[in-house]
Design a protein around this ligand. Structure first.
Ligand SMILES: CC(C)(COP(=O)(O)OP(=O)(O)OC[C@H]1O[C@@H](n2cnc3c(N)ncnc32)[C@H](O)[C@@H]1OP(=O)(O)O)[C@@H](O)C(=O)NCCC(=O)NCCS
Length: 184
């Protein structure tokens, strides 16, 4: 999928929303490491992000060529500071209507409307790609993300106890959420 939109943030900063390309592989991997270190809300520790840049580049190239693959990054002053996407299982008929959403924004850019802009763009592309529902899980203490998802019509359909078990031994539950597209 290809996507590009210029937006202005709440503080007036210019920001570009666009699909990342193979040339962004290194920047995307760095972004993933930064955001994985900044909160307990991401699925991985930064030292678990070990994808070789060439492999990431090949993956991004495949995504760009596939109209049903949805990934949108945010760039400020030429630097990728956010990324979000939906992963699907398009080759299994019984799963074709579903997608799993994920998003990460570097902390210093929170609260400027980037999450809202990316989610709006992603859900629009998901509809175009024929998806009927978008799913996610979110750590129960992640109030900012929970608010964002509720704003776009995601509803809680369950709670997964001990969804994340951290290296220091504490655990977090996660809300399981779904958004039925076109039925908000
Ligand atoms: C969650 C995340 C995507 C939000 O992005 P963002 O750019 O800050 O989002 P926005 O600025 O568009 O909107 C944030 C909303 O949360 C609200 N908010 C902020 N702090 C909040 C809090 N503690 N409780 C409830 N709502 C809160 C804001 O008021 C705003 O709501 P509004 O649009 O109705 O005014 C971003 O914080 C992030 O990437 N976090 C780290 C990674 C992460 O948690 N990913 C999600 C994993 S499921």
């Amino acid at each position: 999928m290809r996507y590009r939109k210029d937006i202005e943030l709440k503080n007036g900063t210019k920001c570009v929303l666009r699909n990342p390309t193979a040339e962004d592989a290194q920047a995307i991997l760095e972004h993933m490491k930064i955001t994985s270190d900044e909160t307990e809300f991401m699925a991985r520790y930064s030292d678990e992000i070990i994808t070789p840049p060439a492999e990431e580049a090949a993956y991004l190239k495949t995504l760009e060529a596939d109209p049903r693959s949805i990934m949108i990054a945010a760039q400020i002053d030429g630097k990728i500071i956010a990324n979000a996407g939906i992963t699907c299982r398009p080759y299994h008929d019984r799963y074709r209507h579903r997608g799993e959403f994920g998003i990460s924004i570097q902390k210093r850019y929170w609260g400027q409307g980037i999450g809202t802009a990316i989610l709006k763009a992603i859900l629009g592309e998901a509809k175009k790609a024929g998806l009927e529902q978008v799913e996610l899980d979110v750590v129960d203490s992640n109030e900012r993300a929970f608010h964002l998802y509720r704003k776009f019509g995601f509803q809680v359909y369950g709670v997964l106890p001990r969804a994340f078990l951290y290296r220091d031994g504490h655990a977090s539950d996660a809300y399981l959420m779904v958004c039925r597209l076109g039925q908000k």
